[in-house]
Design a protein around this ligand. Structure first.
Ligand code: AMP
Length: 755
């Protein structure tokens, strides 16, 4: 388990200074950190000797400290029906070694504190404190609950009422049973229009029988999968007793060396599904030649670290097995040193991976035998196409390729570029129902949209006054996540945010703080949280309704896992989409075997109103905080530039002696590629109906035409921004010119410059 205590300074020292920047990239704009170029020494845990066994070379473990843990009498635990584990979560701290004292990011909490905060001005008792009162209220005020069971009067029992012509049209054609799934089914209809033909599929994929056969496989324990003893022991340490459906289906095929395209929801055990066959294969590697044999590509650094950690734990008892990371945001030189040792498995983000192949002389990929692409759909969609093409051109074509994803909407046209060899397609259906012990609550917002921030505060306080529960809040926009963090911070609540506009360091910090309960509330967007495995989440709050019932299930599926209890609270607006999701949840609960509860939550709107007034009266403070944050970022950026210059001067000769790094794509080129990708993808969906469906399918906020007042607000904002920019420019200039003469916050920085 990650311990964040004592790590705070390291984190403080690791932030980048950009304002909202896209970070699913590996741009390396860091200061050349030559001072921290520690040699990375990879310590083998046990000596390995290559001895022949049945014609194959196998790594034989000699008795060392670690190998003593390998009990030859070990028998894998056959008990345990549930997919439960004693494992507490992946170690995100382990690879975060880029520590220095230099302040690289704004202390937002500090700014909020300086602005006074609004703590003590509101009091909201928790559910426990008010238990009696609550019951009484529920008795007097059963309206909400009744309404909820009727889909808030949304017609769960009646014929589905239609909001616009478009929906009416398509619903008429829908079979009775799918009515609750309006939004998603419409989305799917769109996809179906462009589905691959049966012939194309037959040509591209392995025969369907193989997929069917694979899905039929039910393994009640790992022993029947013919795994090696060290791997079984690693799994046992993790508390894995029974393979999950995706593991049952894919491990045997992976072990046969076949290519796989697999889809299963987040949290279904995908990582182990590809890691287990990989590690089994590496047991039989030639013992004395170090070479990288497996590459795992992931879209984000957090996922890469998570995957690396899973691999290390499963392969704990496999002697001499080494893992390396090649991900953006971590120290480049350190990674170079690590890759020099040719780790068996390299887990990488695409940009940094290409960078290393091009620029790290001693790293090459000639002996790669397996390529895994995790979150493959996202990689193919998110502007990674060019990078993937480049990687494919560099890797040996004779290899095993494994594609894993939560969704698998990619078409054969896109997949062809990955040079798969008749992959076996294994799609594990996402659960159609929420978990057994999940209580799903709904709060109807009606026309109270402006009260939502206050409602969020009220709810969190109600559900967990002592900050002992992990609460995830889903919002649709990253700007909202940031604003809510400030509002909650002002109200004295510890909250972290997780979205695509944070730097890798910031995202990592959020996840770590949340996992360790240092910060019990995490506000995030769907995309940023994709693939991340955060155990023991007690409550999920849907601040904004997702765009489809599938996404709703995915979100609420983050709680009530492994037989635990959980609760979701969803704010329901008046749109047909919101109502459709409530209907689906109710219908599913009524029809399903799980009998999980669906309730309407009573809200004391008068209290919410009070909090909302307090927030409104502090609107300026919130804007001030945002401005101050921006200004501090500018100053930190100037500091960084100076430090960069200083380092360049200090290490001039060494830097000049190095060969110039070449870049595959600049940030601008990458952005353009992404835009072009989106444009070409949407080429055929230019009419508004199709665009709406596309947006619904992609869970994107809807675009809309700007009104006159929108344009006026934009103009005012632009003017304000320009003014601010000028003020900042002057400040930054002053800072540049006078080095220590001005008020630099960073003591160490001043001393360095003086000397
Ligand atoms: P993943 O989908 O790979 O992110 O895994 C989701 C969660 O399931 C992680 O916390 C894993 O530790 C856990 N997990 C994976 N496989 C198993 C298994 N066979 N038994 C129990 N837990 C598992």
């Amino acid at each position: 388990m990650v311990s964040v205590k004592g790590k705070k300074n390291a984190f403080e020292g690791n932030f980048r200074t950009m304002d909202f920047i896209p970070t699913i990239s590996d741009s390396e704009e860091d200061v050349p950190d030559l001072d921290s170029e520690d040699e990375v020494v990879v310590q083998p845990t046990a000596k390995v000797t290559g001895k022949k066994k049945k014609g194959k070379k196998q790594n034989v473990v000699e008795e060392t400290e670690e190998s003593k843990d390998l009990n030859p009498e070990f028998n894998f635990n056959l008990d345990g029906e549930e997919l439960t584990t004693n494992f507490q979560g992946w170690d995100f701290a382990g690879d975060d070694e880029n520590k220095d004292d230099v302040k690289k990011d704004v202390d937002l909490d500090g700014i909020i504190k300086r602005k006074g905060g609004l703590i003590n001005q509101v009091h909201i008792a928790s559910d426990n404190e008010e238990e009696d009162e609550e019951e009484e209220e529920a008795g007097n005020n059963e309206d909400d609950e009744e309404l909820a069971m009727d889909g808030f009067g949304m017609g769960i029992n009646a014929e589905v009422e239609q909001e616009d012509d478009e929906e009416e049209e398509s619903n008429e054609k829908e079979p009775e049973t799918t009515k609750g799934f309006n939004v998603s089914n419409k989305g799917l209809a769109d996809v179906e229009e462009q589905e691959d033909s049966v012939e194309a599929m037959a040509d591209f994929y392995a025969p369907e029988e193989e997929s069917k056969e694979a899905k039929k496989q039910v393994h009640t324990n790992f022993n029947t999968l013919s795994l090696s003893r060290p791997v079984l022991k690693g799994l046992s340490d993790l508390g894995y007793t029974k393979p999950s459906p995706i593991q049952s289906a894919t491990i045997p095929i992976g072990l046969l060396g076949k290519d796989i395209i697999a889809g299963a929801v987040t949290g279904s055990g995908k990582t182990a599904a590809f890691m287990i066959p990989i590690i089994e294969r590496l047991l039989y590697k030639p013992a004395n030649i170090a070479s990288t044999r497996v590459i795992v590509l992931t879209p984000t650094r957090e996922l890469a670290i998570q995957v690396s950690d899973v691999g290390k734990r499963i392969g704990k008892y496999v002697n001499g097995l080494t893992f390396g990371l090649a991900v953006g945001g971590l120290n480049l030189r350190q990674q170079e040193q690590e890759l020099k040792t040719r780790p068996d498995v390299v887990i990488a983000t695409p940009g940094r991976f290409i960078d290393h192949i091009r620029n790290s002389a001693s790293f090459n990929v000639d002996s790669v035998e397996v390529l895994v692409i995790d979150e493959a759909d996202r990689m193919l969609e998110d502007g990674f196409q060019e990078e993937l093409n480049e990687i494919m051109s560099l890797l040996p074509t004779k290899r095993q390729t494994l594609l894993f994803s939560a969704t698998m909407n990619s078409k054969i046209k896109q997949l062809i570029s990955l040079s798969l060899r008749r992959p076996v397609r294994i799609m594990i259906n996402p659960p159609k129902q929420a978990a057994a012990r999940l209580t799903q609550e709904f709060v109807r917002i009606r026309k109270r949209d402006l009260l939502k921030p206050a409602l969020l505060y009220y709810l969190i306080r109600k559900l967990d006054s002592s900050s002992q529960k992990r609460i995830v809040v889903f919002v649709s926009r990253k700007e909202m996540a940031h604003r809510l963090r400030i509002i909650m911070g002002l109200l004295g609540m510890k909250v972290a945010e997780l979205h695509g506009s944070l730097t890798q360091e910031q995202r990592l910090q959020s996840v770590n703080q949340f996992k360790s309960l240092e910060v019990p509330v995490l506000i995030c967007t769907d995309l940023a949280s994709r693939g991340l495995d955060i155990p023991k989440i007690e409550v999920v709050i849907n601040y904004d309704m997702p765009k489809s019932y599938e996404i709703y299930l995915h979100r609420v599926g983050r709680t009530a896992r492994a037989g635990r209890e959980g609760r979701s609270v969803t704010f329901v607006g008046e749109s047909s989409q919101d109502r459709s999701i409530v209907r689906s949840a109710i219908k599913s609960a009524e029809e399903g075997e799980n009998q999980n509860q669906v309730l309407g939550r009573n809200v004391e709107w008068n209290k919410v109103d009070e909090v909302s007034k307090l927030i409104d009266s502090n609107g300026e403070t919130i804007d001030d905080i945002l401005d101050e944050e921006k200004q501090e970022k500018e100053i930190l950026r100037a500091e960084m530039e100076l430090r960069k210059g200083e380092n360049l001067m200090k290490h001039k000769t060494e830097i000049q002696a190095r060969p110039r790094r070449t870049w595959f794509q600049t940030e601008d080129e990458k952005k353009n590629a992404k835009i072009m990708g989106t444009l070409s993808k949407n080429k055929k969906t230019i009419n508004s109906k199709k665009r709406k469906r596309q947006e619904a399918l992609e869970d994107k906020p809807r675009s809309y035409k700007k009104t006159q007042s929108d344009r006026k607000i934009d103009q005012e904002r632009a003017m304000k921004k320009q003014k601010l920019h000028q003020v900042r420019k002057i400040k930054v200039e002053r800072a540049r010119n006078s080095f220590c003469g001005v008020k630099f916050y960073n003591q160490k920085f001043c001393i360095t410059l003086k000397s």
